[in-house]
Design a binder for this molecule. Sequence first.
Ligand code: 13P
Length: 245
Amino acid sequence: MKKLIAGNWKMNGLASSLAEIEALKGVTGEAACDIVVCPPFTLIEKAVARTEGSAIAVGAQDCHAQASGAYTGDVSAEMLAEIGARFVILGHSERRSAYREMDAAVAGKAVAVHRAGLASIICVGETREERDEGRAIDVVRAQLEASIPNTATSTNTTIAYEPVWAIGTGLVPTLEQIEEMHSSIRQMLKERMGGDGQHVRILYGGSVKAQNAKAIFGVSNVDGALVGGASLKASEFTGIILAAV
Ligand code: 13P
């Protein structure tokens, strides 16, 4: 399966940061993977313009489930599609914890993303406490079951496994732990989606750097990465992209 390397800029980046996206255009020729950068809403349209004609796709980090209406401060999937976004990250742990986004809300947003013709990157992952209690696999399975809508196909859906305790901490699960979780996610996807579940990309996220990417990409059922901090600088993100080749 062709790997997908996705950058999540979170709430970082002003117009001056667009040069970091533009600098990636140089590597896409060498890259045998799909690349998407998800800057804040304010930079999406500009990023689309600056990457036109290249292999780099641009995505958003969230959207509302409705197409329009009285939802002050929100942005719909249709609005994102109109400005050229092609992916939307949904259910990131920072949104699940800071805004109490529940699985059902994530599923509703994913339906909206698919309705607008975009692709969803649905995030799941356990906390440190849940892993220590031996519940990581069960927690992630329950999140997946309730967060993936019936509109999901391998073309419009990617899963990102991001252990909460590995995000922004420099901590990474062992390769065995990643393999165990990704294989469990694959199993669940096949149960849920039949043969198509085999083709859904499963990304690993949480402290991925140029230096550890190659080993992580060697793990079976790891079909790419969702990268936070290391996606902000083209030099570091390029190292991760090239590790996926
Ligand atoms: P870091 O790569 O900074 O750990 O962040 C991971 C993440 O949350 C990507 O969505």
